[in-house]
Design a protein around this ligand. Structure first.
Ligand code: LER
Ligand code: MN
Length: 271
């Protein structure tokens, strides 16, 4: 397994990240702390100087496990389950741009918050069909670029469908695309799963990315999740991808979260 941490190019309202704004500078910091990867959270890749980002990743010998895409929902309202067809179309176009961006790093693309929320008064099955249609369009497009997408179940306070890993798997089956995997986030799982470790075992054939945060969304070791057992379970299922810290910038905003994270991941023998 490999160690990553989340970094955004912007000052986003999404709070569970320690690195924001100065992307190239933060990529360098992430490498110097000893991480193997930087998970890039980007609202719109067209706002970036992509060549500079590619250069920074290469020069610092980092991998990009996945591109976080949630800002397009939280900041612009783009969503796969919106009742407005034009909004869904824009969301698909944005994910296509993210796929092209991801192909520069051999990275996946996260389908998390961009799934949106089913609006009041809208039939659940109909909204799910809209999301499935969007996902089919994106997975088809991604195949041309040899890119995988990874679907992230979110807790009930952030999304009113696909909250558990099992619901994620059922959805992936309905989409029916070979390049759509599952993202297991321990923060959401702590709220939704009966047993985090049993769910990981059941989802073993689907998990393509992992987010680590403790019960309170601090970095591992600062809440009450049993990360030793979670790591042991990931090793047991043969997971070889990245575990990416997506934690609140606590105890302060001086990147001490990132320092605590690398210490915690090293102690957990992530290698
Ligand atoms: C949101 O809570 C989250 O976990 C992100 O990874 C979603 O894109
Ligand atoms: Mn997450």
């Amino acid at each position: 397994m490999k160690k990553s941490i989340v970094v955004s190019n912007a000052s986003t309202i999404f709070s569970a990240l320690d690195f924001k704004i100065n992307l190239e500078e933060n990529i360098e910091k992430i490498a110097s702390l000893g991480f193997d990867g930087a998970e890039l959270h980007v609202g719109n890749p067209k706002d970036l100087n992509v060549e500079n980002v590619v250069k920074a990743i290469k020069e610092n010998n980092l991998e990009v496990p996945t591109i976080g895409t949630g800002q397009a929902y939280t900041e612009e309202g783009l969503s796969f389950s919106d009742s407005n067809e034009i909004v869904r179309k824009k969301a698909v176009e944005r994910i296509k741009d993210q796929i092209i961006f991801a192909s520069r790093f051999n990275s996946q693309v996260t389908i998390g918050s961009i799934m949106g929320k089913i609006e009041e008064g809208v039939n659940k099955t109909e909204a799910e069909e809209w999301a499935i249609d969007c996902l089919r369009k994106c997975t088809e497009f991604a195949k041309e670029y040899n890119v995988r997408l990874t679907l992230e179940p979110l807790n009930r306070y952030e999304r009113n469908f696909i909250n558990t890993l099992n619901e994620g798997i059922e959805f992936i089956k309905r989409v029916g695309a070979s390049n759509l995997g599952l993202l297991a986030d321990t923060f959401h799982m702590n709220i939704e799963e009966i047993s985090i470790c049993d769910s990981i075992i059941q989802a073993k054939d689907y998990i393509t990315h992992v987010h680590f945060a403790d019960s309170n969304r601090w970095t591992p070791g600062y809440g009450h999740l049993d990360f030793a057992k979670i790591v042991q379970t990931l090793k047991k299922i043969g997971y070889q991808g990245h575990v990416s810290a997506e934690a609140l910038p606590l105890p302060d905003s001086d990147n001490n979260c990132a320092r605590l994270t690398i210490e915690a991941l090293n102690k957990l023998n992530i290698s």
